[in-house]
Ligand binder design. Structure first.
Ligand code: SF4
Length: 1014
């Protein structure tokens, strides 16, 4: 055996690859996760057309091939899913004997359990270790109970594996006995690369390989003079030399400044080094990734010899960064390959299958139906799906209503097309009782729904688009799923479960399944993680997300075995590796290797805030790097934005908006001028010509215009379709109250309703209302039903109050929901008045409100609140009567408001006018407000409102669409849905709010008196 030591470098790898490729059959063994990357690296570095005599494999692959494919019938092999199932089965079986882990179903528990026992097994630590640990604990303690449980589980797992399946020990024993007979590795030459340590299982295999191979070579990253970096491999080297009497050969590599820097980062007392290190501090993750992408573009532009495959990107927390990196790089046109295995549950096909099972389980819940269709339908159906989704959301269609025909013909056709197969596959879970039967059923269902054909189509689409990575992944995902079903059936097929339990098992079984593909040899930037990836030589390395707690990572003491217990296992004399100290040493070595293989430049980046807006502290390696190399922190994209037209444009907008006086590259003077004009004068000409058209207006339309002309423009000219989600809370409950109150008061007015029968009347009325099509869906959910009960209670109470008010007044409710229509010059006013009470030639206007709106004289004076005044004016013109008052009545919940002053709360808000005799008798507390103005003042107020309304109409016609929200005690934008369209920004030049003066009522009257009478 030969061991090649020396730093892991491009020189060393080149040397090793050349040794392997001298001709003759060679087996290269790498850790499981490195085989694909290693093969790709070798092809690239030696510029090979492919691998012919060199076979790259892993120890576990060799073992599995022998155990599963050669010796053991297929049904007895067990994979990851099978093991997980076995643990569940064992915990069920041990149930009453367990003290801590009985009936446990926490997320991640089985994964943790499997990892803990698997680690012990691979390191050759048997279940007897728990006896030693237990001796040190008090039998009453929780720790004792936990360890005792773990011991029981481990023992039982061992027994079950030995009795029923091929376990690690058996496969090792088989390999030791028979491994040499089946050419699983070359008898001429075997290389072991990328290993940093060998666990017990690997060591046993290595002994066997060594005994039957002419030459075994091991490449080990190790330098004797840097013990603080090579702690892990130093122990490994000692062990190999002692065990195999190996010859150690040192491969010298020239030192580089980057390697010295990488060394300095983890050294106790590093010396200054002039190294090509840059550090970029971003405000957030997006800016950080954008910087990296633009910096790459800049480098590629300036250095023609640099190729994409010369660049690597490491993200310590790949899970958080991957999405942003992929989307930003795709915008910048940079191809990137993620050298990581992908969890299959993130795949849309798998998501759709999980949603499909949920549909049957939860009875067609809307989220499940939509989620299923999004994964199941092909891209050509997405527009239809979008419209259909809007329809079902707007109509509140949920649960069993997906089984019923839809009123709209086109939507019904889509329902049948989308859900037909799902409905016909419903029987899949019925009449099934065992895991095996459910597995068979699910397989049949997927065939019925033509999943295999869909996968084939999708593969073709990816192929046509040249999206090879996606194409390979989707095929693997499907194969993994089918394998998962076989494993489930194999290990626990006989077990009786409900459909719900089966779904849980299935979720848990596939949760950790992931797929990986061979990294492309060229034409891509590689995105890798620090800890799981195989590091490779490159010219430029970006190391992003360098935050405290991430690099170096924190080792939290949260596992099933605590740190203290792990150290004790080691102290008992086992070669047990899973200690925080070992993992930390391994991380140091991984990081050193990743950085030291960089030839040209290292760039560290970090963001001040993460995705959840938490403030992030830079990693200690950032400060060390700066200290050692003397590099300065770079910030902002000033030197980079011009690398891409999109970023250049955004940069220019930002700079002009903030008034920064700097030279902007990439954009012409004319383009800059246009941006400036757009920012300074955001008011643009309306795209619609309203001139010559008679404006059909309601008070609420004019009020919207007053609050913000742009909001009017969006609402009535652009007419965006707002996706309205049907929920009782979101429904305008005011409509329902209006209907109940109107009908009850009409019945009372016509003497069909007595006070004592109000509750029964409301009950009957509500039943009738709920049977109407537009209200019927209110009775679908428990929340809706609660809402209905509450509405009945409120309506009963409020109607009682209103009858009190009517009985104490000589004004008689005469008009309900009275339609008003007034034709003025270029202006038609339409609307409805909830109630008009009449006495002789005087009338009062009453409007019911469900919100908190109350009468505000200043809002009327300022032309913001027009409704009551305009409608009273129209009624006056129609009936030749005089108004005696304008009032709002707020519909309130008597229970919610019981703590308040009830009478005060239920009083009408508004203003009385002129002769009000008979408005109310003097007994009891008053229902009416105290404010009382003369007919003359009412006339002046009305005229002002009319004049203002006409002015709005003129401005609407003239095309005023200014973005100018009003501000009183609120900002109009606070109640507007169109912020994303207008992009109103108070800080931006050219945008302003209209401040509304707050006037006291006496000032208002004074001003009204001063206004000229028309
Ligand atoms: S968000 Fe504000 S500025 Fe924009 S349209 Fe609405 S009210 Fe006007």
């Amino acid at each position: 055996m030969r061991i090649y030591i020396g730093p892991d470098s491009a020189t060393k790898r080149q040397f090793i690859f050349e040794q392997m490729n001298r001709g003759g059959e060679v087996t290269v063994i790498t850790p499981e996760q490195s085989t694909l990357a290693y093969e790709s690296q070798m092809i690239r570095m030696l510029d090979l057309p492919g691998m012919i005599d060199v076979q790259v494999t892993s120890l576990s692959h060799i073992r599995n091939t022998l155990s599963r494919d050669i010796f053991t019938p297929e049904q007895e092999a067990i994979g990851e899913i099978g093991k997980k199932m076995l643990y569940r089965d064992i915990l069920d079986e041990l149930g009453p004997r367990l003290r801590i882990f009985r009936n446990i179903d926490q997320p991640g528990f089985y994964e943790e359990l499997e990892a803990t026992i698997d680690r012990l097994m691979r390191d050759g630590v048997g279940s007897e270790v728990f006896s030693e640990l237990l001796e040190e604990q008090s039998p009453d303690s929780l720790v004792y109970q936990k360890l005792a449980d773990l011991q029981l589980i481990y023992q039982r797992f061992d027994e079950r594996m030995t009795g029923e399946y091929f376990d690690l020990e058996q496969s090792l024993a088989l390999f030791e006995r028979e491994g040499h007979r089946f050419r699983l590795f070359s008898p001429e030459e075997v290389w072991l690369v990328d290993f940093k340590h060998f666990d017990d299982a690997s060591l046993r295999m290595l002994r066997k390989i060594s005994a039957h191979t002419k030459r075994v070579c091991i490449a080990l990253a190790y330098e004797a003079d840097k013990p603080w970096i090579y702690q892990v491999t130093s122990d490994t080297l000692g062990l190999l030399v002692d065990t195999f009497s190996a010859e150690v050969i040192e491969i010298k590599t020239d030192d580089t400044s980057i390697r010295r820097l990488a060394e300095g980062l983890v050294a106790l007392d590093p010396s200054p080094i002039e190294a090509p290190l840059r550090v970029f501090a971003a405000e957030d993750v997006y800016e950080e990734v954008e910087f990296i992408g633009l910096d790459i573009l800049q480098k590629l532009r300036l250095d023609e010899t640099l190729r994409l495959e010369d660049i690597r990107l490491i993200a310590a927390d790949l899970e958080s960064y991957e999405f942003t990196i992929k989307s930003v790089f795709s915008q910048l046109g940079l191809p990137v390959f993620s050298d990581d295995r992908k969890s299959i549950v993130r795949n849309r096909i798998i998501k759709s299958i999980l949603a499909l099972m949920n549909i049957y389980l939860a009875g067609y819940r809307r989220e499940d139906v939509i989620s299923f269709l999004k994964g199941y339908l092909s891209e050509s159906d997405w527009d239809d799906l979008d419209r259909w989704e809007n329809y079902v959301i707007e109509r509140g269609i949920n649960f069993k209503r997906f089984r019923e025909p839809m009123a709209d013909e086109a939507m019904e056709a889509l329902r049948q097309r989308f859900l037909g197969p799902v409905l016909s596959g419903e029987s899949f879970y019925k009449q099934r009782r065992t895991i095996g039967a459910f597995c068979d059923g699910l397989r049949e269902l997927l065939i019925l729904l033509q999943y295999p054909e869909r996968i084939e189509q999708t593969v073709k689409i990816y192929e046509e688009r040249g999206e090879t990575e996606e194409m390979l992944i989707i095929t693997q995902v499907w194969n993994s799923l089918i394998d998962a079903l076989s494993q489930l059936k194999k290990v626990a097929g006989h077990k009786e479960v409900s459909f719900r339990q089966y779904k849980r098992l299935f979720d848990s079984a596939i949760k950790d399944l992931n797929v990986g593909i061979i990294p492309p040899v060229e034409g891509r930037i590689t995105l890798a993680t620090l800890h799981r990836s195989t590091h490779a030589p490159c010219r430029v390395l970006y190391f992003c997300g360098m935050a405290e707690g991430v690099v170096p990572r924190d080792y939290l003491d949260t596992g099933l075995l605590k740190h203290k217990e792990k150290y004790r296992i080691k102290e008992f004399g086992y070669r047990y590796f899973d200690t925080p100290e070992f993992n930390e040493n391994l991380d140091v070595l991984d990081q050193f290797i990743a950085l030291s293989m960089v030839e040209d430049e290292l760039i560290f980046t970090y963001a001040g805030g993460n995705y959840t807006s938490e403030t992030m502290t830079p990693s200690l390696y950032i400060n060390r790097g700066l200290g050692i190399s003397g590099a300065e922190v770079e910030r902002g994209l000033q030197r980079h934005y011009q690398e891409h037209p999109d970023t250049a444009f955004r940069y220019a907008v930002e700079a002009i908006r903030e008034g920064r006086r700097e030279l902007i590259h990439q954009l012409s003077d004319h383009e800059l001028h246009l941006i400036e004009q757009a920012l300074i004068n955001p008011v643009i000409t309306p795209p619609v010509d309203r001139r010559g058209k008679k404006v059909s207006a309601s008070a609420s339309r004019l009020e919207r215009f007053r609050r913000c002309p742009y909001s009017y423009f969006v609402r009535y000219d652009l007419k965006p379709v707002i996706r309205r989600e049907f929920r009782v809370e979101a429904f305008d409950i005011g409509d329902l109250y209006h209907l109940l109150i109107q009908q009850a008061l009409e019945a009372y007015h016509e003497k069909r309703l007595m006070r004592q029968s109000i509750p029964a009347f409301i009950d009957r009325l509500m039943d009738t209302v709920l049977s109407m099509e537009q209200y019927e869906r209110f009775s679908h959910t428990a929340a809706s039903r609660y809402f209905i009960e509450r509405a009945k209670r409120v309506a009963t109470f409020v109607i009682g109050v209103l009858i009190d008010q009517i009985e104490r007044s000589e004004f008689v409710p005469t008009y309900f929901e009275k339609t008003i229509q007034v034709g003025l010059d270029k202006f038609d006013l339409r609307g409805k008045i909830d109630r008009i009470d009449v006495k002789d030639n005087r009338f009062t206007v009453i409007d019911y409100k469900t919100g908190s709106k109350t009468f505000d004289l200043n809002s009327i004076y300022q032309g913001i609140d027009l409704q009551l005044t305009l409608y009273a004016d129209a009624f006056k013109a129609e009936q030749a009567m005089e108004p005696a008052g304008l009032f709002y009545f707020n519909i309130k919940d008597p229970i919610l408001d019981e703590a308040k002053d009830r009478d005060k709360e239920l009083r009408l808000s508004g203003i009385k006018a002129g002769d009000i005799s008979g408005l109310e008798t003097t007994e009891g507390p008053s229902f009416y407000p105290s404010e009382h103005i003369s007919d003359e003042m009412m006339e002046k107020l009305t005229k002002r409102v009319r004049r203002l309304s006409q002015s709005y109409v003129d401005r609407i016609e003239a095309g005023d669409i200014a973005i100018r929200p009003i501000r009183m005690n609120y900002l109009a934008c606070d109640y507007c849905d169109f912020g994303a369209i207008c992009r109103f920004d108070r800080l931006r030049q050219g945008f302003s709010e209209e401040m509304i003066e707050k006037l006291k009522k006496d000032d208002i009257y004074e001003r009204l008196m001063e206004e000229e009478t028309e």
